[in-house]
Design a binder for this molecule. Structure first.
Ligand code: ZN
Length: 367
């Protein structure tokens, strides 16, 4: 007879505030009695212990690559590789991370140096808050934003040298910031980016990141070019998937996010989503794509090319609601000029943010 006791429940949420926290790995290991391992006289700790220390449980491992995410920083390294990328900065270490029996091991000394000024979220204030019935379920809602291209893959390049990869990243970083601010009263909504710096990430990796985070929405941002780089090409468009395919073994992508036209190339290895209703997910994707087009149309003066079905790799193989928006033709010099302007980028980012918020409201995920 406890179910009707409270209409609302009271609970504590911890407001996370980011404080610069100088991380002393050696000290943490001693105080917390964390087990360490020695390989050829080099001291290692497990990745799991390390994540506990930096207070993060967001990470992904794709083949030999490991991605860690904290609120402010993205860290990337490879097993047996001495290059570590921290917030876009390449750092060379002496001893590479190792993998032993499926466990990722991190060299203590090297990582101590790297993370001596690493930002970790510190639990600071406790606040009492009344939460609604929906919120108390404690279900997270995850949005993964995907800035197209990066690293050696520049994407489309304008006639005056503006690169698609840079526009996509900048717009996505602004979008992330905008959404985090607008959704700060909804701590169950979490937002991640597939990349936060100018690095190459394959299409397979992007999908695996979304899967690892168990994302509810995968939101890919591109800047299109017409096939012949037509000067007069203009407008913006948003794609949603033709079909969804769930598979653990992703077919090889060519890493150019181009539509594979018309054909249905589901291999025997793949099986159509059955536990998640494929039609529902495609339908929801369409509704989100329409929100994006509607909001962009309110804001931009260039033609609305509509929400349409597209056979893009990342739309097909992500098992969640997914859209790919093309925010303007970089091959058109006028648009290229506009996309160089940070105010235009900010406006586009906010507009994309508003469309996501509109979708969340439609689905009563937020009020
Ligand atoms: Zn692109």
């Amino acid at each position: 007879m406890h179910s009707k006791k409270f209409g609302y429940i009271f609970f504590f949420i911890f407001l996370l505030s980011l404080n610069l926290f100088s991380l002393n790995l050696d000290e943490e290991i001693k105080i917390k009695k964390i087990p360490t391992y020695f390989i050829k006289n080099v001291q290692y700790i497990s990745l799991k212990s390390f994540l506990k220390i930096i207070n993060s449980d967001n990470w992904a491992k794709i083949e030999d690559r490991v991605f860690l995410f904290s609120d402010e920083t993205q860290i990337k390294f490879r097993i047996d590789d001495t290059t570590v990328i921290v917030g876009g900065k390449k750092i060379e270490i002496k001893n590479p991370p190792k993998e032993v029996e499926g466990e990722v091991l991190i060299p203590v000394e090297d990582f101590s140096k790297i993370f001596s000024d690493f930002k970790t979220p510190e639990k600071k204030e406790e606040t009492k808050k009344i939460v609604s019935e929906e919120e108390k379920i404690n279900k997270k809602f995850i949005i993964v934003i995907d800035p197209g291209h990066g690293g050696h893959d520049a994407g489309a390049i304008g006639n005056f040298g503006l690169k698609e990869k840079d526009v996509n990243l900048d717009v996505c970083l602004r979008l992330e910031k905008y959404l985090k601010k607008q959704l700060e009263n909804y701590p169950f909504i979490e937002i991640y980016l597939t990349r936060k710096e100018d690095i190459f990430i394959s299409l397979e990796e992007r999908i695996n990141i979304a899967k690892t985070f168990n994302a509810d929405i995968f939101f890919s941002v591109h800047t299109n070019s017409s096939r012949l780089n037509r000067y007069e090409a203009t407008g913006f468009e948003t794609y949603y998937p033709y079909s969804k395919v769930v598979t653990d073994i992703l077919p090889k992508s060519n890493n150019e996010e181009e539509q594979s036209e018309g054909k249905n190339d589901e291999s025997v290895l793949t099986k159509i989503l059955n536990n998640l209703n494929e039609t529902d997910i495609i339908d929801e994707s369409r509704i989100l794509a329409e929100c994006v087009q509607e909001k962009l149309a309110e804001r931009l003066i260039i033609p609305d090319r509509g929400a349409k079905r597209g056979n893009f790799y990342v739309l097909k193989y992500t098992p969640m609601i997914s859209v790919l928006t093309e925010i303007g033709f970089i091959c058109n010099p006028n648009i290229e000029f506009n996309l160089k302007d940070i105010e235009v980028r900010q406006a586009i980012a906010e507009t994309l943010g508003k469309s996501i918020i509109e979708y969340l409201k439609k689905r009563e995920i937020i009020k």
